[in-house]
Write a protein that binds this ligand. Structure first.
Ligand code: GLY
Length: 391
């Protein structure tokens, strides 16, 4: 890194969110943007399946998140095309394939029926399927499938390709990807002014963007109360390969709740089949366990019996960054100079385009666009929380 450099924006965290915001910010004209990370692109997105599922992943009470997710989903095709162009032709594996969510027993079916009614109340495009109709769309589904939902606009992208394309686009846009860990946030006169790095360098910056996923709140030097704890939520995932003779194995994403556990299977055009994911809250541990792999294979086999014929090529685990309300933190914090883009929990890949657009607008204009307003980090600041509690 050039000594004495003083970037407009210092991004702490080179995962999918940090890279995407850096790229978009450089494109908007801030030419001096640095992303620090010991290993760019090695966060949760490198493990994730890449389902773009604002509708089928919707939870009750999360309507503001649904709107943000749908806004991001709508931007995806254009974002992927621009990224391919900006990266010199790298494909992101964006695929408009749709999703079906299916039920295996009468309890799962009743739950899906309720979800369908919820979708209808919100005016979402979601069609009920009988078991037979679901199997007609996806013949590999188990004969016992009792019904399901077809959501034509929940798609997929390949997060690993996306990361490669984002890194290339950043470099072509003049963003410096610096391999170093931020070991301390520098604060002077009540303002974030930069960071000290593991290399011994210090970087002063006009603005600091914290995009370090589940490590965000642990950055030494961060004053108390500026960010809530971002909890690491482990997901174990499997990658299988569909031999040519078996294709097409599945044509769209398949989701299910199997005895209360969420399962999804994402088929890529290149024959990769991703099966995910466990949800475990046990700290910063990314060990792949026999139990996790067994659970995923058992549930996947129940849903799609032919899956056990396929070669298993990879097992992996990542950490989703979960905020206290499971929604992201987007925008300025209560510490002047410090901006957050973290806490995306289960939706980091989906929310990448909208996060990049909203945060790059904030970093270049100082105005936080309306869609980000429900997600400002200050919703967790102690003063705001105590006002709410006494209201
Ligand atoms: N969005 C899928 C997951 O978090 O497992």
């Amino acid at each position: 890194m050039p000594s004495g450099s003083h970037p407009d924006v210092l991004v702490i965290g080179g995962g999918i969110i940090g890279l995407a915001v850096a790229w978009r910010t450089a494109r908007r004209g801030l030419r001096n943007v640095i992303v620090v990370d010991p290993e760019h692109g090695h966060g949760a997105a490198g493990v994730a399946a890449g389902m773009l599922a604002p509708v089928t992943e919707l939870q009750y009470g999360e309507e503001p998140l649904l709107r943000l997710g749908m806004a991001s989903n709508e931007r995806y095709q254009g974002f992927a095309a621009e990224l391919t162009e900006a990266s010199g032709g790298l494909d992101t594996g964006y695929r408009r394939c749709g999703t079906i969510a299916v039920a295996q027993d009468s309890d799962d079916r009743a739950e899906l029926r309720e979800l369908h009614a919820f979708h209808r109340r919100l005016g979402l495009d979601s069609t009920w399927l009988t078991g037979r109709e679901a199997r007609k769309l996806e013949p590999m589904l188990a004969p016992g499938v009792r019904g399901g939902l077809h959501v034509a606009d929940d798609h997929q992208v390949d997060p690993r390709r996306l990361l490669v394309a984002l890194s290339a686009a950043c470099e072509r846009a003049g963003v410096l990807l610096h391999r170093a860990e931020a070991v301390e946030l520098l604060v002077e006169d009540g303002r974030a002014t930069g960071a000290r790095l593991s290399t011994g360098e210090t970087v002063s910056a006009g603005q600091v963007l914290l995009a370090a996923g589940p490590h965000s709140h642990r950055l030494p030097g961060l004053p108390e109360g500026v960010l809530p704890a971002i909890r690491p939520v482990k997901g174990q995932i499997l990658r299988l390969r569909v031999p040519d003779a078996y294709r097409p194995f599945l044509s769209r994403n398949v989701r299910a709740v199997v005895r209360g556990r969420h399962l999804y299977v994402v088929p890529r055009e290149n024959g990769e089949l991703v099966v995910g994911a466990t949800t475990e809250e046990q700290g910063y541990d990314t060990t792949v366990t026999a139990g996790g792999v067994y659970e995923l294979l058992r549930d996947a086999h129940e849903l799609i019996p032919g899956i056990t014929e396929l070669p298993l090529v990879e097992t992996a685990a990542g950490l989703r960054p979960g905020s206290p309300d499971n929604a992201p933190l987007l925008g300025p914090t209560s510490l002047p100079g410090l901006v957050a883009a973290t806490g995306h929990y289960r939706n980091g890949v989906l929310l990448t385009p909208v996060t990049a657009d909203l945060l790059s607008e904030y970093l270049t204009t100082g105005e936080l666009p309306d869609p980000a307003q429900p997600f400002t980090p200050t919703r967790f600041s102690p003063a705001r929380l105590s006002t709410k509690a006494s209201a």
